[in-house]
Write a protein that binds this ligand. Structure first.
Ligand SMILES: C[S@@+](CC[C@H](N)C(=O)[O-])C[C@H]1O[C@@H](n2cnc3c(N)ncnc32)[C@H](O)[C@@H]1O
Length: 163
């Protein structure tokens, strides 16, 4: 598979899993958290899927497409290793949906570089919350969910916060 094919498949998988995650939380209250703004593509998709829901976005170096910049009060700037614990102190386990899209670009490296992240995600998620991630999150409170149809094994990961 060429890198272009692989890139297209990754984006298709992202769209499929975000659509599925947003549908899964329909009718339930709670924040949405986007971990990693980047260009703002997935944030833009989430805000389209979740009109009216508060979506907080975490990013250490925000340079999105200007059309996809979150309002200042929903953009948490800084290293998530520091900003997530502060946010947790202010909001507690308030998230109904968390999308983890921070990466070093090398999946095997992500697990090591972000070893602190699964515990933060588990603490921010309310019981029953849906968490989707580009790499595997290992934490006792995160129950693995089957992937929606069309997502190849290992391309994305889905969890429910145990209650
Ligand atoms: C793959 S990109 C996100 C792509 C984005 N979701 C999109 O669709 O355009 C990952 C982002 O995470 C950010 N990031 C990585 N590690 C971080 C950390 N420890 N704290 C805050 N942001 C971080 C990077 O700056 C980068 O913008």
């Amino acid at each position: 598979m060429s890198r272009l094919d692989s890139f297209i498949r990754r984006l298709e998988a992202q769209r499929t899993i975000l659509n599925w995650a947003a549908a899964s939380i329909q009718g339930r209250s709670g924040l949405a958290l986007e971990l990693g703004l980047g260009n703002g593509r997935t944030y833009d998709h989430l805000r389209e899927l979740l009109p009216g829901r508060e979506i907080y976005v975490f990013e250490r170096d925000p340079h999105p497409n200007p059309l996809s910049r979150p309002p200042a009060r929903f953009l948490v700037v800084g290293d998530m290793a520091e900003t997530l614990p502060v946010f947790e102190g202010e909001h507690g386990a308030a998230a109904a949906l968390i999308h983890v899209d921070v990466t070093t670009g090398v999946p095997e490296r992500d697990k090591i570089a972000f070893a602190w992240l699964p515990a933060r995600v588990a603490a921010l998620a309310m019981p029953g919350a849906i968490i989707v991630s580009g790499w595997a999150l290992e934490h006792d409170a995160l129950e693995v969910l089957p992937l929606p149809e069309g997502i190849p094994e290992g391309r994305y990961f889905a969890y429910r916060r145990a209650g």
